[in-house]
Each structure stands twice: as C-alpha cells, then as structure tokens.
Design a binder for this molecule. Structure first.
Ligand SMILES: Cc1cc2nc3c(=O)[nH]c(=O)nc-3n(C[C@H](O)[C@H](O)[C@H](O)COP(=O)(O)O)c2cc1C
Length: 136
C-alpha cells in the first residue's frame, strides 16, 4: 500500500524535507505521493494506510493555522489504525511544537510511528531517508 505525504511550507525547508523523505520511502521499496496541503483532499488522504504529515513550527510553537491546522483537525479523527509520521522544520525553539503535535495526536488515539524535526534547512539526507524508509 502506497504512502501519502501532505505538507505545508512557508520558505521551502519543510518542502525540501518532504521530497527527501519521499525519496527514502522509494529507496525502501515503497511509493509515495507528495501533496501540498493546499492541494490535498481529505478523503483521498484518509484512504491511505501510511500517512506522513509535515508542518514547520509556526506561531508560538504551533502548527500553521490557516491551511495546515484546519486540514489536520479534520484528518485527525480519520487517522486511527493508520501508520502515521509527523515531521517539520523549526528554527529558534527546541522542538516543542512537535512534542505538542505528537501528544495531541496520541491523545486523539493516533499511533505515531515516528517524528522527525530538522532545524532550518540543515537536513542531513541520512535522517530524512531513514525516516522515509520506515514508511515504505
Ligand atoms: C511566523 C513564524 C513563526 C515561527 N514560529 C516558530 C516557533 O515557534 N518555534 C521555532 O522553533 N521556529 C519558529 N519559526 C521558524 C520556522 O519554523 C523555520 O523558519 C522553519 O524552517 C520554516 O519552515 P518552512 O521553510 O518549511 O516554512 C517561525 C517562523 C515564522 C515565519
């Protein structure tokens, strides 16, 4: 079963991670469709068994609130029983947004297989590829 990766990006860092993670899925022998959240369809996304979601730290350690957070809120109840990964880029914080996001998901009954956070654009390809391979 193929994997879908849905992401939001402002300045391209999370987008770069997205494509590198998708390469990892492919290197692991899987297929991965990469979709910007503004182009994503809720039901189509929820039809996948493996769902990777990417959003950088925005606001004050929050998900981006005009496009990504509303999409995620609608998707979250549909994620039970799925293999889910969360990732994103951040800068000056310590990754708190991701801890909050993971806790929110797990409190909603979502089983998060793994998370990946990368400061700014300093992604070592090794970690994004390894992350993607878990969703192959
Ligand atoms: C409006 C705004 C709010 C941000 N808030 C945070 C934050 O709370 N914590 C943090 O670590 N980085 C924060 N950042 C930094 C971004 O997460 C960082 O620049 C990231 O690499 C952006 O990813 P992108 O290129 O995919 O948009 C913020 C950036 C912007 C523009």
């Amino acid at each position: 079963m193929a994997t879908i990766l849905v992401y939001w990006t402002g300045t391209g860092n999370t987008e770069a991670l997205a494509f590198s993670i998708a390469d990892g899925v492919k290197q692991g022998g899987g297929a991965c469709e990469v979709v910007k959240v503004s182009d994503a369809d809720l039901q189509k996304t929820a039809a996948y068994d493996k769902i990777i979601l990417g959003c950088p730290a925005m606001g004050a350690e929050e998900l981006e609130n005009t496009e990504f957070e509303p999409f995620y809120s609608a998707l979250e109840p549909l994620l039970k029983g799925k293999t889910v990964g969360l990732f994103g880029s951040y800068d000056w914080g310590d990754g708190e947004w991701m801890r909050l996001w993971q806790k929110r998901a797990e409190d909603a009954g979502v089983s998060v297989l793994d998370t990946l956070i990368v400061q700014s654009a300093e992604s070592g390809a090794d970690e994004t590829i390894a992350f993607g391979k878990k969703f192959a």
